[in-house]
Design a protein around this ligand. Sequence first.
Ligand SMILES: [Zn+2]
Length: 312
Amino acid sequence: MKTLIRNALLVTMNAQNEVIENGSIVIDGNKLAYVGPAEWTPPGPFDRTIGADQRIAMPGMVNAHCHSPANLVRGRMPSKPLEIWRAYYRASLRDMRDEDFYASALLGGMEILKNGTTTVLDHFFGNQACRFMGAGAAIQAMRDLGLRHVISLTLSDKNYEETLPLGETASHLTEEIKRMSASEAKATEAWIDDCEEFIDAFHAPERLTTCCPGPSAVQRCSDDLLRGAANIAHKRKLPLHIHLAETKAQAVMGKQLYGTSLLQHLASLGILGPTLLWPTPFGSSLPTSSFLLEAERPRFTIQQAICVSAVG
Ligand SMILES: [Zn+2]
């Protein structure tokens, strides 16, 4: 099957950032055989010709951070600061099962494909009553769509109340918070074993799936879990994905827990490096240029409010 796409405005994103006004693309089987000016298009015959007048053709975009289970509950949560919103969101996940995680990933996947995104990183946290929290169902949905995906299994071995600067919370509330978070508690080694088994079961780049560890956030993980996740990533040559200092409350907690910033704590554990991917709050300025050594800098940081990054 040979396809010609003609008359496209080609945004090549090559090293010269070339934009070609009257461009052609030839696809032979599942490979790009030609991308360039119309006058140099290789001769046909073509099985199919698509006129792309008034359209832009460009490399597929990458959604570099999302949580696919959230697609089904979009707009149903009250608008609250992240740490409070998260409690509502986690409660909704406890009612979801594999078929819900499949539907939720399918819904979001269809939407982003329609908008030109062909690769997605899903920092997956679902329901612990399901195998791998339901991540296998999300993977199936993305494979069914033909959407390339990185599934970063969310790991967290601290209770909710240990991760926030709650201060002098009324005692009756403390008990309620402990009750809420108890169902999510899991031991460090159990998370590490789960993560290894998950990667063994699903990592298959030839089937569009890359699996990797995804510690939820520095303050939500013990140092042993952070090191363990980094070891898995290093040993298997996979990325490591983590939330980093998303809110002021988290930054305050970093100082309380470690006496330093969350980023500096990660550095002290020796797990920074070019394969570490972190989403940052929109507009925040992490000290990536002044603080980090060249070898410690991540290859990409991701503006979370935009969630689209031309990486990969
Ligand atoms: Zn996130």
